[in-house]
Design a protein around this ligand. Structure first.
Ligand code: BGC
Length: 741
């Protein structure tokens, strides 16, 4: 039997006795008792800590470790990026990419944008569970993800990491992710709070964003993570919001996150995003990262400073004097430390440390990665039902810079090194077997990857070869898109266009073979106007992780009926995009002048026809929408409305449809968008099968954020409920009235 004395210690605490001096007690203290409530453990431990020990915990001890306190047996929180696979934790990219650094391999799951294209919270939950298992298996405690920043404009280098342009879609998915990871006793960190929507000058840019826009567009995914999933950690962003760095922004961290939403976990800084001591602690930023010697070495590099990183502000030599001079209160330090400890106890880090040595990339995890990748693929165009590939096709040309290379993710801190990755070409060859002749031609290379192929004449030669291969094949598949050198954390894309030479390649192949299928392997919208009219079929496979090659083959050959839908609008031209003219800002300032009109809200209001609308995605089967019912059709304040309909698979094969519910408030004291997503459901149906799909609209779904009241308000009005297969393919429409009483 263990001999601890929890009751005595709790009584001591209740009586207000201070236990702040180092203890020499050999009995096991209450905070080590897993059966004791978390809050009691936190308060017991806090009372045993000296001020020095508490202050030490406010900054990291290494690149990805928090400060352990050995005297009390407080372990370090061991972190890793995030968000779609476990990445090496030994240092900045310069360190992890070095040949001498040990290799950490884990499953590369599809990128965030691909997960969003599944519109399937259950799938996201499965991926998140697998991620949690791998984090533990590798001996880490925390994964730095998910990224939920909204795709404000298509050039942002990290659009591929996030869940797209709509706050409701992002909210549903982040809740699934957080629950999946936390269910494994692993700490997620929803990032980057808030409004990290561009890489251009990300360390210095000051974004002017109005209160309503923050609450309606940029906050909801974080709010849902806190309120619905009880997320354990939130990462602050690099940028400034309304003049103040996010890591020292009291409005964001204290007023909204902690007070309004009731966040109980800890805020962690993004790596190198702090610029002050007292202001940062007082705003409610709990744990500064990175720390220790790795931080010092990194900060000393000229490039780190030139980029505008800030670090080393919450080290004891800076915090202690600020406490002693009264700039930081002891209560503020206690609050920060309590939050870190609360999460550590809740996650079980004291009781069941993650020793590592477990299996990663298990058969189950690979299956999850493959299914998620298949679900994410969006069939954008399929004239004459060219797809799935017909039995009459005996020879296939597989062409393009992304055909024989597995582009599993975009660049930066999210890029995972998997044990293996299936290229589209390998996936197609494996599926085609001996029955079909598959011929590969690169067609063009990604600029910078092979200097010998970057000249105009080399491109012309490659293109000619590809066109010749296409001409002698029954059909051609051109796999184009971006690469980590084009689409990455750290910089924005310069243009919506595909990398040099790809438009010309597609046009040349399409001319050589009328049955040309284009597959886009990229994490954000790309311009297609130079060739979209010349090709019958187009798919987006995003960055599908290590199983992307198998997934795209299964869709091309019809083993998997495509069901993905666009989580972002694909614009026809950059000039049409919401933030055009307000991005990237001038003199380190940018105004979010488009306000709440982000994504389809903008295209709808401005009556701009996008290339492909938000929510769009075709299938190999056919779905009929009928029997819209709205009950009740008049409802008082605070009540819910049920919207139901019947979905029938009237086609020839099994498949899933993502049914989408949009709402519009007919009359309001504030400007309301023509439609806003308020419900969706991915429904799998066999050929001929029907199902009733029911949505519940709660008061929040009917509300807008009132700046006058600083709160969400549902005003009496008629509301139009629109159900469709995309934001521009509404099949059923009805209405209900929210009455004043
Ligand atoms: C990124 C974060 C990442 C962190 C640690 C930062 O540069 O913005 O998303 O988690 O580095 O690698």
């Amino acid at each position: 039997m263990r001999s601890y004395r929890p009751l005595i210690a709790i009584a001591a605490l209740a009586a207000g006795w201070s236990l702040a001096q180092p203890q020499k007690d050999t009995a096991v203290p209450p905070y080590k008792d897993p059966k004791l409530a978390v809050e009691a453990r936190v308060s017991d431990l806090l009372h045993r800590m000296t001020l020095d020990e508490k202050v030490a915990m406010l900054a990291g001890s290494g690149w990805m470790e928090s400060q352990p306190i050995e005297r009390l047996g407080i372990p370090a929180i061991k972190m890793a990026d995030g968000p779609v696979g476990v990445r090496a934790w030994f240092g900045s990219s310069a360190v992890t990419n070095a040949a001498t650094t040990p290799r950490i391999a884990s499953t590369a799951f599809p990128a965030g944008i691909a997960m969003a294209a599944t519109w399937d919270p259950d799938m996201v939950a499965q991926v998140a569970k697998a991620l949690g298992q791998e984090v533990k298996a590798l001996g880490r405690d925390m994964i730095l993800g998910p990224t939920v920043n909204i795709a404000r404009q298509p050039l942002w280098g990290r659009n591929f990491e996030g869940y797209g342009e709509d706050p409701y879609l992002a909210s549903r998915l982040v809740v699934a992710y957080i629950k999946g990871v936390q269910g494994e006793g692993v700490i997620p960190s929803v990032k980057h709070f808030a409004a990290n929507n561009q890489e251009f000058e990300r360390h210095r840019i000051d974004e002017k964003i109005d209160e309503r826009t923050l609450h309606e567009i940029y906050f909801p995914a974080f709010e849902a993570a806190v309120k619905e999933a009880g997320v354990w950690s939130v990462m602050s962003a690099y940028n400034k919001v309304n003049g103040i760095y996010c890591a020292e922004n009291p409005y964001l961290l204290h007023d909204v996150l902690k007070k309004q939403w009731g966040f109980k976990g800890f805020v962690i800084s993004d790596w190198g995003s702090t610029y002050s001591t007292a202001a940062t602690v007082n705003a409610g930023m709990d744990l500064e990262m990175p720390g220790g010697e790795p931080m010092k070495a990194w900060l000393a590099r000229r490039q780190t400073q030139a980029d505008g990183n800030g670090a080393g502000w919450l080290t004891p030599d800076k915090v202690l004097p600020a406490v002693q001079s009264g700039q930081i209160s002891a209560a503020a330090v206690d609050d920060n430390v309590s939050r870190i400890l609360r999460v550590m106890f809740t996650a079980g880090l004291f009781d069941k440390p993650h020793a590592g040595g477990g299996a990663v990339d298990t058969p189950d995890q690979k299956t999850v990665a493959r299914t998620a990748a298949a679900e994410s693929i969006v069939l954008l165009k399929n004239d004459g039902d060219l797809l799935p590939i017909a039995k009459s096709v005996h020879s296939l040309a597989v062409i393009g810079p992304n055909a024989a290379v597995a582009r599993t993710g975009g660049g930066g801190s999210s890029l995972v090194r998997p044990n293996y990755a299936v290229t589209p070409l390998d996936g197609i060859r494996e599926r085609a077997g001996n029955a079909m002749q598959v011929t590969y031609s690169q067609g063009v290379s990604i600029p910078g990857e092979d200097a010998s192929k970057d000249s105009a004449s080399a491109r012309a030669r490659l293109r000619q070869d590809a066109a010749a291969v296409a001409a002698r094949s029954d059909a051609a598949i051109v796999i184009v898109g971006n690469a980590p050198s084009v689409e990455s954390e750290g910089f924005d894309r310069k243009t919506l266009s595909l990398p040099e030479g790809q438009d010309e390649l597609i046009a040349a192949v399409a001319k050589a073979n009328k049955d040309t299928i284009v597959v886009i392997n990229a994490g954000s919208p790309v311009a297609m106007d130079p060739w979209i009219g010349q090709v019958p079929a187009v798919l987006s496979m995003w960055y599908g992780g290590q199983e992307g090659g198998h997934a795209i083959a299964s869709v091309l050959f019809g083993d998997f009926t495509p069901s993905g839908k666009l989580p972002v609008t694909f614009p026809a031209r950059i000039e049409d995009t919401p933030a055009y003219g307000h991005y990237p800002g001038e003199n380190l300032h940018t105004e979010y002048a488009e306000g709440i009109y982000v994504g389809y809200r903008h295209y709808d209001r401005a009556s701009i026809a996008p290339l492909f609308p938000f929510g769009h995605g075709l299938s190999y089967t056919k779905f009929d929408y009928s029997d819209l019912k709205i009950t009740p059709d008049k409802v008082g304040p605070g009540r819910r409305v049920q919207v139901s309909m019947t979905l029938k698979n009237s086609g020839q094969r099994a498949g899933a449809e993502v049914v989408q519910l949009y709402l519009h408030q007919a009359k309001a004291s504030a400007d309301r968008p023509p439609e806003e997503l308020k419900g969706f459901r991915r429904v799998m149906l066999l050929a001929g099968q029907s199902q009733t799909v029911t949505f519940t609209l709660d008061p929040r779904a009917m509300s807008f954020y009132s700046v006058a009241k600083h709160a969400w308000v549902a005003e009496p009005s008629v509301f139009d409920a629109m159900i469709g297969a995309s934001s521009r393919d509404i099949r059923l429409k009805g209405s209900f009235e929210l009455t004043a009483r």
